[in-house]
Design a protein around this ligand. Structure first.
Ligand SMILES: Cc1cc2nc3c(=O)[nH]c(=O)nc-3n(C[C@H](O)[C@H](O)[C@H](O)COP(=O)(O)OP(=O)(O)OC[C@H]3O[C@@H](n4cnc5c(N)ncnc54)[C@H](O)[C@@H]3O)c2cc1C
Length: 300
């Protein structure tokens, strides 16, 4: 499978050096990443807000090696929330729990998420918990449930490719907040995840359930027109807010069209210098991106 092949190659350190250490590699990253600093991310957010879109800021990083790094990431997110408050941009944050310490010390990760939720309440913004590899799904949901019950301003991503997600959706909806439905970006085995078009069917079923439900706010995260169409059909029956979400640098034309049609669109804006793993997932989603990179590498 293409995704597995690309992620297998990009995990090798030689590939990492080739991408992070070359101009074409960094140029490709720049298409999907707003910049390395918070200031650049805020500028990107202002530009998107001006185009009628909301933003979710993602300070890049995942799987920290020591708990000090989790603290540093938490501090960076607190600065990000302070910038949202100070600049008045229409943004929330997206965060990976392995970046806050999950896997090293889950209590620390929960406490760090709680600090972000509290700061978010003060700034009037929500906090979305990204979903990572399947080893972490259950812990991610448990940490989300604990902090959401206490603070009430969280959201969580669910991956349509996992067999367990239909049950997770029923479990999570009563907690309220927003639920970001995405296909799933990691290489997961057949034993626990749908593959190929089965992911699309699962996505459509989950989107239907989510849009029909009044407890949680649906955030439909896809660039796939065939997934967007049934959601637009369901809109008339939808009571309460919902939104589309798309990634920075992916299908900007479609983002603008949806705004012009009167829909709420939130763009996920990553920033920071730890962009390599994020970039590899974007490459694995679309083989054309890999070809583009290889051509640039050979050409220059
Ligand atoms: C806002 C947001 C948040 C996300 N959060 C998570 C998360 O927390 N956990 C997780 O596992 N996954 C997350 N994802 C990624 C998601 O799981 C998919 O891997 C990704 O969105 C591609 O799937 P798709 O639905 O866009 O459909 P696809 O069928 O992959 O793409 C449909 C079309 O969109 C365009 N497209 C899609 N991806 C790219 C790309 N990288 N480059 C260029 N064009 C592209 C192409 O035109 C393609 O034909 C998120 C996605 C979004 C939009």
């Amino acid at each position: 499978m293409m995704r597995r092949a690309v992620l297998g190659v990009t995990e090798r350190s030689v590939t990492r050096r080739m991408v992070t250490g070359t101009r074409p590699g960094r140029a490709l990253a720049r298409r999907f990443v707003a910049g390395e600093t918070l200031e650049e991310a805020v500028e990107a957010a202002k530009e998107l807000n001006a185009a009628g879109m909301k933003v979710s800021l993602d300070y890049l990083g995942e799987h920290v090696d020591v708990i000090d790094e989790a603290e540093a990431a938490t501090q960076s997110y607190l600065e990000c929330i302070a910038a949202i408050k100070d600049t008045g941009i229409d943004a929330n944050i997206s965060v990976k729990l392995t970046q806050l310490g999950m896997g090293l010390d889950d209590d620390v990760a929960r406490s760090n998420l709680d600090r972000l939720a509290v700061a978010g309440l003060d700034a009037g913004c929500t906090v979305t918990v990204d979903m990572e590899e399947s080893d972490f799904t259950e812990t991610t949901i448990q940490i989300f449930e604990t902090v959401q019950t206490e603070r009430g301003n969280l959201g969580i991503a669910l991956q349509a490719y996992l067999h367990r997600t239909a049950d997770d959706l029923e479990r999570i909806m009563p907690a309220g907040g927003h639920i970001r439905l995405c296909k799933g970006a990691y290489a997961e085995p057949d034993s626990i995840a749908f593959q190929g078009h089965a992911v699309d069917s699962a996505f459509d079923d989950l989107a239907e359930t989510l849009m029909a439900n009044g407890m949680a706010m649906p955030a439909i995260a896809t660039h796939d027109d065939a997934r967007i169409a049934p959601v637009l059909d369901a809109v008339e029956d939808r009571e309460g807010p919902w939104e589309f979400q798309m990634l920075y640098g992916v299908r900007r034309d479609r983002q603008e069209e949806l705004v012009a049609e009167g829909h709420q669109v939130r763009v996920y804006v990553p920033y920071g210098d730890a962009w390599y793993p994020y970039l590899t997932r974007r490459l694995a989603e679309r083989p054309a991106n890999v070809k583009f990179f290889l051509r640039a590498l050979v050409g220059g």
